[in-house]
Ligand binder design. Sequence first.
Ligand code: CMP
Length: 148
Amino acid sequence: MERTLILIKPDGVKRRLSGEIISRFERKGLKIVALKMLILSKERAEKHYDVHKGKPFFKDLVSYITSGPIVAAVLEGPGAISITRLMSGTTDGSKAQPGTIRGDYSTGIEKNIIHASDSAESFQHEFPIFFQDGEINQYQCGDESNLY
Ligand code: CMP
């Protein structure tokens, strides 16, 4: 089954939106298989965002994502990667569609509430920065036959 990584960024946590965001994904039918709160070190943040190294916003991005606690989760379900990206909305909150997480809660591009892996390759890169394989919980939900 497909898995993806989401991060609720410091703005989302400090605005008390963690439960609301996780709830949206649960209600959609995705399954939480790993979940934790942490403060990222500069080194791990730079690794997570290494595709953006050299871009003008890289330093500020690392400084921001390490500025407070984040919530990291692995979500599982068919199409989990594209579903979480669609539900998150376009990167810039000022342009994101209402009804998406960024469209409903963000007006900016840096403080944009959530990160979600954009491909299976990104998930493979990002997952070990936040979790070990043994932290994935495999279990069945009673409604799976009605979902997929
Ligand atoms: P995220 O989905 O976490 O992936 C990379 C992040 O870089 C993105 O969300 C934005 O928060 C940030 N980002 C992307 N483009 C810009 C930009 N032009 N200026 C500032 N931050 C940006």
